[in-house]
Design a protein around this ligand. Sequence first.
Ligand SMILES: Cc1cc2nc3c(=O)[nH]c(=O)nc-3n(C[C@H](O)[C@H](O)[C@H](O)COP(=O)(O)OP(=O)(O)OC[C@H]3O[C@@H](n4cnc5c(N)ncnc54)[C@H](O)[C@@H]3O)c2cc1C
Length: 392
Amino acid sequence: MKVACVGGGPASLYFSILMKRMDRSHDITVYERNPVGSTYGWGVTYSDELFDNLHGADPESARAIADSSVRWDSWQVDVHERATVMMDNADVGMGISRHRLLDILAERAGSLGVRVEYEREIGGEEELADADLIVAGDGVNSALRERHADHFGTKVDVGRNVYTWLGTSKVFDTFTFAFVTTEHGWIWYYGYNFSADHSTVVVECAPETWKGLGLDEANESDGLAILEKLFAETLEGHPLIGRAHADGSAQWLTFRTLTNRTWHRGNLVLAGDAAHTTHYSVGAGTALALGDAAILVHALHSETELPRALRAYERERRSAIRGARKAARNSSRWYENLPRYIEMPPLEMVTLLGLRHSSVMPYLPPKVYYRAGQTINWLGSVISQALPGRRH
Ligand SMILES: Cc1cc2nc3c(=O)[nH]c(=O)nc-3n(C[C@H](O)[C@H](O)[C@H](O)COP(=O)(O)OP(=O)(O)OC[C@H]3O[C@@H](n4cnc5c(N)ncnc54)[C@H](O)[C@@H]3O)c2cc1C
């Protein structure tokens, strides 16, 4: 099969690896518009479960990913001038530099015989007329998808808060949240380590706070200076590092949650962020893109006809991502409604932060939700102690 993958992100590269592993005779080219090593973003998180899946699918790239990852198992939540709450064993996760991840995947793809062409922007399928299959792994703003937006039934829900994805030389030893109050409202970040000398910092706030602090008009370096001052305590004086636009302006965005009514059109199929996005606060988009790649390869080798394979892929992935999408929606709304939770006693607020994926929490007074959770936990421990055969 002759395959063209548009975009050199996790979805396309991993698809090309697994496709070649399945059958070396496939002729695969990945087209990436940017130069090699110039991707956006800093570190990305992933779970043990994802690592097990990667190991099962391609042990070579999984080992290289593990060797370049760092691990954490606790949280630190700093609530401005009120408390620092430590949660041991709150959440176990891994972080890896997005650059490094893409280097590993591109190198592995190359070693299997995939051609990876950088600085090749694809404007439409007519440029790939001889391909049997075109994988649109060209991200949230997919040009291939947008040309057929009516067919794909693309819908975009734009989040209210603004965010920026930064790096820092501060090496966090836990997954760290810092909430800071200002005269214009709360601003916060979460940060995690992804290498021996750098961490990721994702800063978020409501648009009124952003404007009130002058971040909407500040150029990148002035904006970073404002943030460094606000977060000086938890950054311990380390600088924040951004990636300015060509005109020097800062990269502040609102998150776009994207869905499509269908994921394929003829021999064109969407994968990863081109098909669906999940809010960054659940750290799942890369994992879902890799999962799409694996299931698409599986469907192409299980079904004899392309249309059936693409339908099977879409059916399976739609259902697999449902839970993550719901969690992401609830999580983004939790942050958008931060004033509802932030004045609670710090331990209660931090507990609810950890439960922000809940669909029920927005409908109950936060205190009631918190107490109900405590009661359920207490009852659970009483019942499990009382079960026959339980050792006390
Ligand atoms: C702030 C933030 C934090 C995040 N943190 C995490 C995290 O911790 N864990 C996690 O799992 N996910 C995280 N994500 C999500 C993750 O980055 C994406 O879901 C993931 O990168 C999607 O992979 P993809 O391959 O579909 O698309 P992308 O990674 O976006 O790759 C698309 C590629 O296509 C290229 N391209 C676009 N158009 C063309 C064209 N016309 N021709 C050629 N090339 C083209 C682009 O240059 C790009 O390299 C985060 C996202 C954000 C915004």
